[in-house]
Design a protein around this ligand. Structure first.
Ligand SMILES: [Fe+2]
Length: 487
């Protein structure tokens, strides 16, 4: 049973009424305007089409029989550029309406037989308003979903280590729901794990729980206004990985709450993804560390050599203006360039005597051994050709492939300079170390013979800036490892 008369919010819905009879349009205006609709009048069909084209109307009430064109022709033209407008056709008599197939084809929502009473027309308009509301909600939901989909890369870029500012998750939430306050707590992957909190606005600033469940309990206890959406963020195994709460300006509707559910699931997934990435990253760093230590453990005289080669090589790559990915490859290849020495027997590698030609041949196989070892690990495959060619000579005559000039990978030419420079400036069992200046002279003398001359020039300019003290290996390597993931 109909309890009360519908009243549209002031100016929320707009009607254009078109009739070549001004008395009719004025009557409609004076009937609907007091009900809260904005009602404009038009008596010329062509002018009405233009008003619809440039104006913002929800409903068109139009007469069927008009001159110079009838209502169905007006609708036909409007439908070429506007499919959303709700249209009600007014007729003098039921027998005068166009055939039902025309009404359907033109997507006319209904027709009204003119009379002195407008109750039926009012009901028709109210029915349109309900559909308009529904359509607006769906459109807003679709828009928010599209915005959410666009924001996914940003959500997945969230790193719990970045505790200094509100993470993307809260920024996006603020945008999607026009929130007054927001709160996110997420487990950081530090050891021991700790709950990192982020917030904006006043509502959640007093929260102090130690677990996501405790925080959610506190949020639920403080909730009185119905403006708050909150949830526990759970990973795929159902473990709590965080909590998210938002305070909105208006009570969230059905679709806003559904959107919040989708958003929360994406946030939980991003947090889980982040944790997984941290574990992969840790595993990767541990592999690099283990390989480095194995190389170092083999020969006390060359301990730290790989770290320094990586350091010098990255300095040179940066000075050559290379992009970050390139520098990352150079760094990793620098750290692991001599990994193949693990396959060289100790009695040859550590011999304190003159080596035979056969023994030298074994040592010269270490780039190929390195390739075999590194090829077994997917992450290292891109540095395999770099490691293979780090003993090639720019002018030819190097090993294992006897490449010349630019046949040698650029990264290998860089490592070759860094490798030689560190070897010359480090003490070895068979000789004492050279000064930086003496080593620089050796590099200069071997331009375009052993080394890429243009690269040597850049490196020579760098030498005065290189640290002369012993490079603190562990710290330096950790720095390298961090860079590997930042690059
Ligand atoms: Fe080597």
């Amino acid at each position: 049973m109909r309890k009360k008369r519908y009243r549209a919010d002031e100016n929320k819905y707009s009607i254009l009424t078109l009739d070549d009879d001004p008395i009719m349009t004025e009557t409609i205006q004076s009937y609907f305007q007091p009900l809260g609709y904005r009602v404009d009048i038009e008596n010329d069909p062509y002018a009405a089409i233009e008003r619809i084209r440039v104006g913002n109307y929800d409903i068109l009430l139009l007469d069927f029989l008009m001159t110079p064109i009838c209502g169905d022709q007006v609708v036909e033209q409007i439908r070429t550029f506007n499919q959303d407008l709700f249209i009600i056709l007014l007729t003098g008599h039921k027998s005068m309406v166009p055939p039902i197939r025309t009404i359907r084809a033109l997507d006319i929502q209904g027709y009204y037989e003119k009379s002195d009473r407008f109750d039926q027309l009012e009901l028709l308009v109210e029915s349109c308003i309900k559909s308009i509301d529904h359509m607006r909600t769906i459109k807003a939901y679709q828009k928010s979903l599209a915005e959410l989909a666009n924001a996914l890369p940003e959500i997945y870029s969230f790193r719990t280590a970045d505790a200094l500012e509100a993470p993307p998750i809260l920024k996006i939430a603020k945008r999607l729901w026009t929130c007054t306050s927001g709160f996110l707590a997420a487990w950081s992957e530090t050891v021991p794990r700790k709950l990192v909190r982020y917030a904006f606005g006043k509502k959640f600033e007093t929260l102090d729980g130690m677990t996501p469940q405790q925080l959610l309990g506190q949020i639920e206890a403080m909730e009185e206004t119905g403006l708050c959406m909150r949830t526990l963020l759970q990973d795929t195994d159902g473990n709590a990985v965080g909590v998210l709460a938002l305070e909105t300006q208006k009570k969230p509707g059905f679709y806003q709450e559904r959107l919040f559910e989708i958003f929360s699931r994406q946030c939980a997934s991003a947090l889980e993804n982040n944790a997984l990435m941290t574990r992969v990253k840790t595993g990767y760093l541990e592999v690099i560390q283990a390989l480095r230590l194995m190389v170092d453990a083999k020969d006390i005289y060359t301990r730290g050599h790989s770290d320094r080669v990586a350091y010098y090589a990255v300095q040179l790559a940066v000075a050559l203006g290379k992009e970050e990915k390139f520098c990352e490859r150079v760094q990793l290849a620098g750290l692991l360039h001599d990994i193949g020495k693990m396959a060289v027997p100790d009695e040859i590698l550590l011999a304190e005597r003159r080596l035979t030609n056969e023994e030298l041949d074994v040592i010269r196989k270490h780039p190929q051994y390195g390739c075999s070892i590194l090829s077994a690990i997917t992450h290292f495959r891109e540095i395999v050709p770099i490691v293979r060619s780090h003993h090639e000579r720019y002018g030819g005559g190097g090993y294992p492939d006897g490449l010349i000039g630019e046949e040698i990978p650029e990264e290998s030419r860089i490592i070759s300079i860094a490798d030689a420079f560190d070897a010359m400036t480090s003490t070895r069992r068979y000789r004492s170390k050279m000064t930086f200046e003496e080593a620089a002279k050796q590099l200069r003398d071997n331009k375009d013979i052993q080394f890429d001359g243009a690269m040597v020039d850049v490196f020579l300019a760098l030498i005065p800036k290189l640290p002369k003290e012993e490079i603190a290996l562990t710290e330096r390597t950790e720095l390298f490892a961090e860079r590997i993931f930042k690059l």
